[in-house]
Each structure stands twice: as structure tokens, then as C-alpha cells.
Design a protein around this ligand. Structure first.
Ligand code: BJW
Length: 304
């Protein structure tokens, strides 16, 4: 009790080889080295807004134009980002072991694009690439859209030659070889102006032709997708023990996702946490391993 977790890769690898039922809980830190910002801590601001405050039904209701600009920007960035070596290593583990299940809080589409078998990947917080009718009591329209960027012309990123600060953004993008931003200005920068959009300019539901469309992500106060929750419960409720949970790049603050670590432990799982920040490895003394650093480097190393 009260012992610090091991940092020994060899003992982890040895245990991994004997582990059968394995679950991974993924958070935004997994995609950080693909160039996508996390929610909390550095990079958690979009313009002057706290990203977690934009992720609510109230924020969409109050200013659907702003909300769509935020989500359209993130769709654009995610489409132009590449899965990193950690996404690939997890997809590979899933292909090797049909008893391995991934629970991802990420909405960026990078695990699917890394070739993760879809039946072993549960998207707890939905996807940026689903769009659905805004009204939950409404028409129920939902479609996959990972081909329109932007979804409507009004959401096009301002072109980079519109003003000086946008120009410096372009230079910065070229310097960083950030192709996602070379053709459009970085509207996460408060110095780049964004227009106020009218309701008519925003994506509308093609089915009921009345409501706006919204991104198919899970906002605070909303329940997680029912099919995802029941698939996950079923996996946890199987009579066999769970051998291992990998907790990768998440601050473990958001529920019910964060609760899966304790649930796995109760089913016998050893816990391995991979995070840049030891402060975000909750209840550190309960973990069996802690690997500090960039998930994109560590995950492929320990899953080899
Ligand atoms: C690196 C790295 C590198 C950086 N390498 N690491 C029980 C107790 C208290 C509250 C609740 C509770 N149960 C439910 C609630 C309410 C609420 C909640 O959890 N609130 C807490 C914050 C207090 N939960 C909900 O509302 C959920 N719904 C629900 O429970 O429904 C039933 C219900 C309804 C009403 C009342 C009660 C119950 C829904 C949660 C939806 C979360 N949605 C978001 C937005 C998605 C859309 C979008 O993308 O815009 O999901 S919020 C945001 O947080 C996003 C993320 O998936 C989620 C988790 O964040 P994550 O991934 O952990 O990212 P960060 O940024 O926090 O952390 C990054 C980590 O990576 C850090 O640790 C870094 O150190 C690390 N890192 N670089 C490795 N290179």
C-alpha cells in the first residue's frame, strides 16, 4: 500500500505477454504529438474560450455560429493530422488480440484511420465526423461526414492573405510544415478575425429542413451513445477477469470514462498509466506502472 508505481518497462512487457483480456482508455494526449491540442492545460484555449466550456449544449444554443467555427476548425485540423506511432501500435495490438478493447474519448478519427479494428474500438464521446439533427426530440437524422471540409461555404477558413497577422500565421505554418494551416488562417488565434455567422449560413438538417445540424460528439450533461455504453458494460461484465488496463494521455477527470479504470481494477486488472504529467495520474499509488512522457514514443516502445 502507498507504494509508488513501477517505471520498469521489462516487468511491464513480461506481464503484457501473459495478459489476455486487455482494455485501453485513451485521451487527447494520445493525439498531442499528431498536432492536435488537448482540452486542459496548455493548448486548452481556443481563441479566448476554454475548450471545455464550448463543449456544452448551452454553448451551441447560445452561439451556434461560434460553436460550428470551433468544430469546423477541429474537423479540418483532424482531417489533416496523421495518426502517430501510438495509434498504430494500439491498432496492431487489437489485430493481434481479439480480447483487446479500446475505449477512446477522442473524437478526432485518428484511431480509425490507423486501422484499428472498428468492433474493438468504442468511441465514448462520439466523432467530429458524424453530424446529426440538433433537436434531440426531433427527426433523428445522423450521417457520417468525413468528406466535406468545410461542411458549408460560410465555414471556410479565412484565406491567409487577409491581413498581416494571418500572414504571420502562414509563415509560422510553413516553418512548422503544418500543411493543415498553409491554405487557411489559424482561427484558433485570437488575432485572426472570424465573421459572425447567421443561422441561415450554418449547416441545416436535410431531413426535417428545420433544425440546424450539430457535430455528433458528446457534450457535458449528455449521455454517452447507448450502444457504446451497452457494448462496454457487456465486455466488463463477462465472467473472466480483466488482466490489464492501459490509461493513455487522459487527465481522467471526465466521467463516466475515467471510472473505467477503477472498474477494470475491480475485475482484477493491473493498471499502467502513460502520461506527460505525473500530476494527472490520479491516485498514483494505486497504479502498477507509470510511464512519464510522450505517448507517441512510449506506447510503441512498451507494446513492441
Ligand atoms: C500527454 C501528452 C503526450 C498531453 N503524451 N500524455 C461523476 C462525478 C462528477 C461529474 C460527473 C460524474 N458523472 C458525470 C458527470 C458530469 C460530467 C463530468 O464528468 N464532469 C466532470 C468534468 C466533473 N460528465 C458528463 O457530462 C458526461 N455525460 C454523462 O455522464 O451523462 C450522464 C449524466 C448527465 C448529466 C448529469 C450526470 C450524468 C459527458 C462527458 C462528455 C465529455 N465531452 C468532451 C467534449 C467532446 C466534444 C469535443 O471534442 O468538443 O470530451 S469534454 C473533453 O474532455 C472531451 C474529452 O474526451 C474529455 C476528456 O479529456 P481528456 O481526453 O482526458 O483530455 P485532457 O485535455 O483533459 O487531458 C489530456 C491529458 O494528456 C493530460 O493528462 C496531459 O498531461 C496528457 N498529455 N500531451 C501523453 N504527448
Amino acid at each position: 500500500p502507498d507504494e509508488m508505481p513501477s517505471t520498469d518497462v521489462a516487468s511491464f512487457v513480461q506481464y503484457l505477454q501473459s495478459a489476455r483480456r486487455i482494455v485501453a482508455l485513451l485521451g487527447a494526449g494520445l493525439s498531442a504529438s499528431s498536432g492536435l491540442p488537448t482540452f486542459r492545460g496548455a493548448g486548452g484555449l481556443w481563441r479566448t474560450y476554454d475548450a471545455t466550456r464550448l463543449a456544452t449544449p448551452g454553448a451551441f444554443k447560445a452561439d451556434p455560429g461560434l460553436s460550428w467555427q470551433f468544430y469546423s476548425y477541429r474537423r479540418h485540423m483532424s482531417l489533416n493530422a496523421k495518426p502517430n506511432r501510438a495509434h498504430l501500435a494500439l491498432a496492431e495490438l487489437a489485430r493481434r488480440n481479439s480480447n483487446f478493447l479500446t475505449l477512446s474519448q477522442n473524437v478526432d478519427g485518428l484511431s480509425p484511420r490507423a486501422g484499428h479494428p472498428p468492433e474493438q474500438l468504442k468511441l465514448l464521446h462520439g466523432s467530429l465526423f458524424d453530424v446529426k439533427c440538433w433537436d434531440e426530440h426531433g427527426c433523428g437524422y445522423i450521417r457520417r461526414n468525413d468528406f466535406s471540409d468545410p461542411i458549408v461555404p460560410a465555414l471556410a477558413l479565412p484565406t491567409v492573405d487577409e491581413g498581416l497577422s494571418a500572414d504571420s500565421q502562414l509563415k509560422e505554418a510553413i516553418r512548422k510544415k503544418n500543411h493543415a494551416l498553409i491554405r487557411g488562417a489559424d482561427i484558433s488565434d485570437i488575432n485572426v478575425n472570424i465573421p459572425s455567422l447567421r443561422r441561415d449560413d450554418l449547416p441545416h438538417c436535410p431531413q426535417c429542413k428545420e433544425n440546424l445540424l450539430r457535430p455528433g460528439v458528446v457534450w457535458f450533461g449528455e449521455t454517452l451513445p447507448a450502444d457504446v455504453l451497452s457494448d462496454v458494460s457487456r465486455w466488463f461484465q463477462q465472467p473472466e477477469n480483466i488482466d490489464l488496463i492501459l490509461v493513455i494521455g487522459t487527465s481522467s477527470r471526465v466521467y463516466p470514462a475515467a471510472g473505467y479504470t477503477e472498474m477494470a481494477r475491480e475485475k482484477g486488472a493491473r493498471v499502467a498509466v502513460i502520461n506527460m504529467d505525473p500530476g494527472d495520474a490520479r491516485e498514483m499509488t494505486k497504479h502498477d506502472w507509470f510511464f512519464e512522457g510522450d505517448a507517441a514514443t512510449i506506447v510503441p516502445e512498451i507494446l513492441e
